[in-house]
Each structure stands twice: as C-alpha cells, then as structure tokens.
Design a protein. Sequence first.
Length: 219
Amino acid sequence: MRIVILGPPGAGKGTQAKLLACNYNIAHIATGDILRQAVAERSYTGEKVASYIMRGYLVPDEIIMELIRETLKKNNLVRSDFILDGIPRTISQLKDLQEFLTQQNSNLELAIYIKLRDEEILRRLGGRRVCPSCGNNYHIIFSPPVEENLCNYCRIELKHRQDDKEDAIKQRLEEYENKTYPCIQYYKKEGILEEVDGEGSIEEVFARVNKIVLERFKR
Ligand code: AMP
C-alpha cells in the first residue's frame, strides 16, 4: 500500500495520514514534520529552511528531494508500505519522486486528494494549535485540549505555528494554488487520484478516506 495524500493547507492531511498509518501499521512520512524537526534541532538543513517555512514559502525542491530519498532508503522503506504526506508539492518534485521510485522498483498506487473550501481552510488554520513535543494537533474551538492550551498527552504548552499566522497562511495558499494543485491534476490524468470531501469531523473524513483505501486494496 503506497499512498500519497494531497490537499490544501489545513485540509487535515496530517491527521488523516496518521490515522491511516496507525490503522494499517504502515510508515507515515510527513515532510513538514521532518523539516520542523530539523529546524528545532538547528541542524544544517534546519538553518537553511527555517525562513521559508516561517513565511509560508515552499522549501527548494533539491532540499526536499534529498530528504525524501534519504528517508525512503532508510530500512528499505521505499519498497514497503508507506503514506507520503506533504510531498509532492511541485511538478518537479512529482517527477523526481516518480523517477526515484521507478529506479528503486517501487511506485505510488493511490493519491488521495482531500478537498476543502477556502473559508473552512482559514477557519481551521487560524485556530490550530500544535504540541511542540508529540506533534498532536488541536483546534481552539473544534477539538480543544482537555486543559486549556496544554497537550493532553505531554501536558506541555501548545504552540500557534508561525506559519499558521495570517500572512504566512496567505502565502501558503498561493503556493498551493500555483504549484501544488497541478500535481493533483497530474495524478488525476494518470488515473490514481481519488477525491475526498474534507468537511466534517475527523472521524467522518476518516470513514471516507478508509472506504477508498479498502476498495483500492480490497482489504
Ligand atoms: P506542512 O506541515 O506539510 O504544512 O508543511 C509546512 C511547511 O514545510 C510548508 O509550508 C513548506 O514551507 C515546507 N514543506 C513541507 N513539505 C514541503 C515540500 N514537499 N516542498 C516544499 N516545502 C515543503
């Protein structure tokens, strides 16, 4: 089961990808998480990418492709089951990824596109809070933590991601429209795309996503 999950920022890609990974016991590879970790560790890559992320710009393709190739090669993940979340975000990444997978005798079998209206995207991103330790997402209105602003699991203070602030959100949406949406059209032409309505609760969206996975992989 080799899946890629796509959609606008705030559509719930990360949440749904984590649920799928957990449900089917497969690897979840999220480029955003890998990059945020690099920034937190102040590694060489982290220092290079921090300002792009904070301002809502895409990180250069070469940096992302090196990270993803390295991650997929580790433990021979490339030929096992995985879900990619946050990549590809440009046609150049899509083509490089395809080439890399082919070289490694692997391929993508399914692209899930989570659709969401602009109004709902803004509402979700504005209220999103993240645990800096475990990465769990909350929303101040729709899924608040049990105790105000504290992670339910780590009990540390939740953060408002710098790139979930207004100017960065605008930039991320622009990057999405101009550079990432063409990837969705590309997978549609290739015949591996399935669309999912991203409105509703996490459980409702997961039921839709899971139905597609069950049908595609006949589990
Ligand atoms: P995400 O957590 O997936 O929303 O990603 C957060 C930020 O990380 C994005 O706004 C980009 O700045 C950067 N990023 C993540 N994945 C990619 C990618 N595949 N290509 C370029 N930039 C990326």
